[in-house]
Design a protein around this ligand. Structure first.
Ligand SMILES: Cc1cc2nc3c(=O)[nH]c(=O)nc-3n(C[C@H](O)[C@H](O)[C@H](O)COP(=O)(O)O)c2cc1C
Length: 342
């Protein structure tokens, strides 16, 4: 992988206050920007100044700071087919692990799954009851069930067994929901959570048998290596929508994670993806596939076709960027296409 990952490449323009906040010495030498009031409407608000600690805002800012060089020669119409765990999908743009989706026109969780099925995309499902999972799987969507880090491991093993028997495509755990960020273990809808050790994750991998087990909520090389050690089939680089204030954008750490575990496990990314361009940037920097959550949620009230059409449109946009950068299929991404400009 590159010696100069995007996370460490210098900004061309960023406020000196922001640079100090980033604690990146190589950035401090950049030119100070014009005062805030002189910004034009086209300039994105600097979230470090405007919204300190807002991981979602900085994630958006970071996506937009990455620009693409073009590579037209020898390019052609690309394939966006995704090969994952022995199955083929039409797009690397997946749904995200959501839960409790209430919409006036029916069960939002089922509509979301129908959408994934309609565009032959991988579907993810988060917290919910056994019956919810069964209803989702009945849509035919190839579903990855994400189990919460319940304090009671017996409940986790029970849920793993249910997910396997129900016909899940894969399963996993969102490890970033263990704490309440006030120094305690979290409680989610009355259910107590607890942090898990690498050994416990290993036992969940074992209990999943032949089904791939994926840890969601990885935002460090350290956790990524432990997941590999535990035998996980993949990880989701994610800050769970800014769950922890000051979380780094997933793309700031992806290249280091790829260097550490790439090729040995699947690497997925979520948080703030709203276009085929965002998806492209994730994949160019090493993701195998990406998930989209909140961007799709408002479309649920318009039905599964509306959600599916948005996933298809994002996939077309991704394909469009692939044509302009000489990428013929999902195995050909090259991180050197990406340049960090702000
Ligand atoms: C309504 C809602 C429910 C969610 N429920 C879960 C969940 O049960 N399990 C989980 O791992 N993540 C859950 N998430 C987090 C998402 O999977 C995802 O990490 C996060 O929303 C960031 O992606 P996005 O910016 O595309 O929405 C939920 C997010 C939302 C908005």
């Amino acid at each position: 992988m590159k010696k100069n990952p995007v996370s460490r490449r210098s900004f061309v323009k960023i406020s000196t206050a922001s640079l100090a906040a980033l604690s990146m010495p190589e950035l401090v030498s950049a030119q100070p920007e014009a005062p805030q009031q002189q910004r034009t409407e086209r300039q994105p608000a600097d979230p470090i100044v405007a919204q300190p600690g807002n991981a979602d805002a900085f994630t958006r800012y970071f996506f937009d700071s990455l620009m693409l060089e073009s590579r037209y020669l020898d390019s052609d119409i690309p394939s966006t087919k995704l090969e994952l765990f022995g199955e083929t999908f039409d797009t690397p743009i997946m749904t995200a692990a959501l839960s409790h989706l209430r919409v006036p026109n029916g069960d939002g969780l089922v509509i979301y799954a129908q959408a994934a099925k309609a565009c032959n995309a991988v579907h993810w499902f988060g917290m919910g009851e056994d019956k919810d999972l069964e209803d989702i799987i009945a849509t035919g969507a190839r579903t990855i069930k994400v189990i919460k880090p319940h304090a009671d491991n017996a409940e986790i093993f029970r849920r793993i067994k249910h997910a396997v028997n129900a016909g899940c495509f894969a399963l996993g755990m969102d490890i970033d929901h263990s704490f309440d960020f006030k120094g305690n273990y979290d409680t989610v809808l009355g259910l107590p959570m607890k942090a898990k050790s690498t050994a416990e994750i290993k036992s969940f991998v074992k209990a999943s048998g032949s089904k791939p087990f994926i840890v969601k909520g990885v935002l460090s090389v350290s956790d990524a290596k432990k997941c590999l050690q535990a035998g996980c089939a993949g990880i989701v680089i994610s800050h769970h929508g800014g769950h922890l204030k000051y979380s780094i954008p997933p793309l700031m750490v992806i290249e280091d994670i790829v260097d550490a575990v790439g090729g040995k496990m699947k690497i997925f990314v979520d948080c703030g993806i709203t276009s085929g361009f965002d998806a492209y940037k994730c994949m160019a920097l090493g993701a195998d596939a990406v998930s989209v959550g909140r961007h799709l949620m408002p479309l649920l009230q318009n039905g599964a076709d509306a959600v599916a059409n948005r996933i298809k449109a994002m996939t077309s946009e991704l394909a469009g960027v692939m044509t302009a950068t000489g990428v013929h299929n999902l195995g050909e991404f090259d991180p050197s296409v990406i340049h960090r400009v702000i």
